[in-house]
Design a protein around this ligand. Structure first.
Ligand code: NAP
Length: 344
């Protein structure tokens, strides 16, 4: 088998393709011959050495990757319902950037006939993140107004659509003009292009009473203002900090990082209470022990997809060996939808 290994955190040159012996599944595992592996911004943060759960659960060397699609190669002794050759997709805590993945049965789903390997590998991480943020944490009501930052990206494009499924008015924010049409096509009621418009003036014009839910993975660049623009009873869901990660050749600028860490708002319990606002946060990679939640989320996502309510992310494929190029593209902030590694 081949896999991408990061032996030490750093820039793009740390992503090295290595040959390793074939895997054998444990008793409760499925061994998947991977055809496509989803790329997430968290994989870039793992490469930089700044992803907490990567250090906690694996350490370095590490193979990143949270999601794959492919065919069953073999099943462990206690697994009887997925025969070799069955097309599947799976979520995994790391190790997805590989031609083989051994993963517990409960994290594997049969591939719906309408999905290609690339589409399925692009779906679970971003869709589960958006589902958890909206339906497990924010619980928006129909008619609520939502603000979705980075609305054209992997998670953002799912949040826009799920906000509409919940019956909400959705305002998307993007950082470049070429992303506006993509977010409009996803169903957003308005799109703010912060490269050409004043983000918060425009947000106030579109929602003078504030937002019932703001979904923010920018971190320091917008968190304080996102909180300030909540309506009474509003909820701010934080799920990432990508604006902290200014890099040079893929290596974070350490001084800037420290400064941004210091500048990141700490929310006051007194303010939260008197203003009736909530601040919520989560990280999917710490939810793998809550299998039932993920299964429930995945079922709803697949139902929405099958009924045509949820469109799959637009996929940009990259050859497995071009992983560095894919990371560079994702970190450029210019991509829309999802990037996927394709294994031949
Ligand atoms: N908590 C969780 O469980 C969880 C799970 C999945 C993802 N996430 C987080 O969700 C966010 C989105 O992830 P994704 O994989 O779907 O990525 P993505 O949204 O497809 O790409 C990242 C986007 O973030 C914006 N951005 C702002 N500053 C950036 C910077 N310094 N470097 C790169 N991009 C920057 C850009 O969009 P605009 O300029 O248009 O804003 C860029 O296109 C990330 O912060 C990720 O860590 C969290």
């Amino acid at each position: 088998m081949k896999k991408i290994v990061i032996r030490k955190p750093g820039g793009y040159d740390r992503l090295v393709v290595e040959q390793h012996p074939d895997l054998t599944p444990a008793d409760d595992e499925i061994l998947v011959d991977v055809q496509a592996a989803g790329i997430n911004y968290a994989d870039c943060v793992t490469r930089m050495g700044l992803y907490a759960s990567a250090r906690e659960y694996v350490g370095y060397p590490i193979t990143p990757g949270f999601e794959v699609a492919g065919t069953v190669r073999a099943a462990g002794k206690t697994v009887s319902d997925l025969a070799p050759g069955t097309p599947v997709f799976a979520v995994t805590r790391f190790n997805g950037y590989a031609s083989q993945l051994a993963v517990p049965r409960r994290q594997v789903f049969p591939l719906p006939a309408t999905l290609s390997f690339q589409q399925a590998a692009a779906l679970p991480a971003v869709a589960l993140t958006a589902w958890y943020a909206l339906f497990e944490l924010a619980h928006p009501h129909a008619g609520d107004t939502l603000l979705v930052h980075s609305a054209a990206g992997g998670v953002g494009s799912m949040l826009v659509q799920m906000g509409k499924i919940a019956g909400c008015r959705v305002i998307g924010v993007v950082g470049a003009a070429h992303k506006v049409d993509a977010v409009t096509a996803l169903g957003a009621d308005a799109v703010i292009d912060k490269a050409t418009q004043h983000l918060w003036r425009e947000a106030e014009r579109l929602a003078p009473g504030g937002f019932h839910v703001v979904l923010d993975a920018n971190g320091v660049a917008t968190l304080a203002d996102s909180y300030r623009h909540l309506a009474a009873t509003g909820k701010l869901v934080m799920y990432g900090f990508h604006s902290m990660l200014q890099t040079r050749r893929g290596i974070p600028k350490r001084l800037r990082l420290a400064w941004d860490w210091l500048r990141t708002p700490r929310f006051s319990p007194f303010d939260l209470t008197t203003r009736n606002r909530s601040v919520l946060g989560f990280n999917l990679s710490y939810l793998f022990d809550h299998g039932a939640i993920l299964q429930q989320g995945m079922q709803r996502i697949l139902d929405w997809q099958a009924s045509g309510k949820l469109r799959l992310p637009a996929v940009t494929p990259y050859p497995f060996e071009a992983v560095a190029e894919a990371h560079r593209a994702l970190e450029s902030g210019q991509t829309t939808g999802k990037l996927v590694l394709v294994i031949d």
